[in-house]
Write a protein that binds this ligand. Structure first.
Ligand SMILES: C[S@@+](CC[C@H](N)C(=O)[O-])C[C@H]1O[C@@H](n2cnc3c(N)ncnc32)[C@H](O)[C@@H]1O
Length: 270
C-alpha cells in the first residue's frame, strides 16, 4: 500500500474516550429511538456528554467542501446508500445539492426505520431494516451505489472492540455494493494510525468485497480539527474511491502477499 501524507494540518491528538453507553447494541439504539419518539431520553448511563443528537458528527454542509474535491458528475446521478442511517437528514441535504438518488437508508433498529419512513414520504427515498453485520449478502445490487455513507456507524459498532472481526463483514458488503468510481465515505474517530482497524480490517475487507480482480482503491484520509473546546478529536473523514482498472493486477496471482496490497490500495493523507 502506498501512503502519502499531503500537508497534514493537525498534530497528533489523544483519541476520544470510549463511551460507556452501549452504542454497539441494537437494543440500545432501538430503546433510544423509541424514547425519543415520546420525547424522552434514555439517560441512565454513567457518562454525561449531553449526547442526544439526531445528526451525528457532521451534517452534509459541514463535509461538503471536503467531499466536493472528490465528487464527479456521475456521483450525483447514482444511487446513494446510508449504512446506519438513524435520524440523519443527509438525504434531504444531498437532494438540495442536486443528488438525484435513489436514496436507500438502512438501519438495524426497526423503530428508527419506521420513523424515517413516516418522516420522508418521498418515492425516491427508501428505508430498510437490515443488520449490516449479517454474513448473508443483503438484498441490494452489487456495484450499483455511487455513494455509500457510514457516519458514526463504525464507531457505534466498535464501541465494543470485540466487534472488529464482525465489522469486516459490513465493509465487505459496502465494497461489493459500491459502483466503479463510487465513493465510500466513512466518518469516524478512527485514523489511519489505528492499524488494527485500518490495515488489519478495513483494507482487507474492501479488497475481499470487490468482485472484480482488477479493482483498486484510493483512500483519502482527511484528519479533522479538534472540537472547538479543544478537548477531544473531531471525527475524521475517509473518502474511499473504488476503481475498476483495465490494467493487469498482481492480485490475479495465487499468493497475495503484502506487496500485492500496494498494487491495490493507495492512501493519501491530508
Ligand atoms: C451513531 S448513530 C449514526 C446515525 C446516523 N448515521 C447519523 O450520522 O446521524 C449509529 C446508527 O447505526 C445503526 N447501526 C449500528 N449497528 C448497525 C448494524 N450492524 N446494521 C445496521 N445499522 C446499525 C444504529 O442503529 C444507529 O442508528
Amino acid at each position: 500500500m502506498v501512503v502519502t501524507r499531503n500537508h497534514k494540518t493537525h498534530a497528533a491528538k489523544q483519541p476520544l474516550k470510549k463511551s460507556q453507553r452501549n452504542y454497539e447494541q441494537q437494543k440500545y439504539w432501538n430503546d433510544r429511538y423509541a424514547a425519543k419518539l415520546i420525547g424522552e431520553t434514555i439517560d441512565d448511563d454513567v457518562d454525561d456528554d449531553g449526547d442526544h443528537t439526531d445528526e451525528w458528527y457532521f451534517s452534509y454542509s459541514d463535509i461538503s467542501d471536503v467531499l466536493q474535491s472528490h465528487l464527479k458528475k456521475h456521483h450525483r446521478h447514482s444511487p446513494v446508500l446510508d449504512i446506519g442511517c438513524g435520524l440523519s437528514k443527509i438525504f434531504n441535504e444531498l437532494l438540495k445539492d442536486h443528488f438525484l438518488g435513489p436514496f436507500v437508508g438502512i438501519d438495524y433498529a426497526p423503530v428508527v426505520i419506521k420513523q424515517c419512513k413516516k418522516a420522508n414520504r418521498n418515492d425516491n427515498i427508501h428505508y430498510l431494516i437490515l443488520n449490516m453485520l449479517q454474513k448473508r449478502k443483503p438484498d441490494l445490487s452489487f456495484n450499483s451505489f455511487g455513494l455509500i455513507i457510514d457516519k458514526g456507524t463504525t464507531d457505534g459498532i466498535l464501541n465494543n472492540e470485540a466487534n472488529l472481526l464482525g465489522i469486516s463483514t459490513m465493509y465487505e458488503h459496502a465494497s461489493s455494493f459500491l459502483s466503479s468510481n463510487g465513493i465510500f465515505l466513512i466518518i469516524t474517530i478512527k485514523t489511519v494510525d489505528d492499524t488494527e482497524w485500518f490495515e488489519g480490517c478495513l483494507i482487507p475487507s474492501l479488497i475481499r468485497g470487490s468482485q472484480n480482480q482488477q479493482t483498486k482503491f484510493i483512500i483519502h484520509f482527511h484528519e479533522c480539527a479538534t472540537y472547538t473546546d479543544g478537548t477531544e478529536n473531531g471525527p475524521n473523514i475517509f473518502v474511499i474511491v473504488k476503481h475498476d482498472c483495465k490494467s493487469y493486477s498482481l492480485r490475479s496471482s495465487t499468493n497475495q502477499s503484502k506487496q500485492d496490497i500496494s498494487q491495490i490500495v493507495t492512501v493519501k493523507c491530508y
